[in-house]
Write a protein that binds this ligand. Structure first.
Ligand SMILES: [Zn+2]
Ligand SMILES: [Zn+2]
Length: 192
């Protein structure tokens, strides 16, 4: 799902952590949730993250790639008064935060750290995102054989050879190549 540039994915992640926690029977308060998101991104507190001039841009769709700090989450749990989770649940918290930092699936609205951006995009570019379950629908999504399996396309965007607009015509021969090819075939037939 696309958002304005001032959309805050860290806030989305904190909300997602609270909702997912609730489903798991964990009551994670807003302050703790924000602390976990900051910790996953390598900070001791949300304030420290906000104050860092080189800190993350909250409007980036790609924040989950930077949210790998399980040890910071463990530290945060240790420091917390009445921590809502156990220290050994830090990897689970990290995974939920990564999912929450990822844009919602354009089809089902699900958050998954395994979602794909749609189309050929560089890290940092804004895109529509698709979760693993929806992207496995091969009546709707496919891959260009030149771009490879790492790039997800709508089937509508691929031509009947399965090529994206960038690679369309990749396997068509140039007039010179076609001439070479014709004379090659001619020679073979002569020899035969
Ligand atoms: Zn989905
Ligand atoms: Zn391609």
């Amino acid at each position: 799902m696309r958002h304005d540039d001032d959309f805050d994915y860290t806030k989305q992640a904190a909300d997602h952590l609270r909702e997912t926690g609730e489903r798991l029977g964990l009551c994670i308060g807003s302050g703790h949730a924000h602390m976990f998101v900051a910790a996953a991104l390598g900070y001791g507190s949300r304030k420290a993250m906000q104050d860092d001039p080189n800190g993350p841009w909250f409007g980036s769709q790609w924040l989950s790639r930077e949210a790998e700090n399980v040890s910071k989450i463990e530290e945060a749990i240790k420091r917390m008064n009445k921590a809502p989770v156990r220290e050994d649940q830090a990897p689970m918290v990290a995974e939920i935060v990564r999912a929450g930092l990822t844009p919602a699936c354009r089809d089902c609205g699900e958050h998954s750290s395994q979602s794909w951006p749609l189309g050929y995009v560089e890290a940092g570019d804004n895109a529509d995102w698709v979760c693993p379950r929806c992207s496995s629908d091969d009546a709707q999504y496919g891959h260009c054989c030149c771009c490879g399996d790492d790039v997800l396309y709508l089937l509508d965007e691929l031509d009947d050879q399965g090529l994206c607009s960038e690679h369309r015509g990749e396997f068509d021969l140039s007039p010179e190549e076609e001439e070479d090819w014709d004379s090659y075939i001619e020679n073979i037939q002569k020899d035969g």
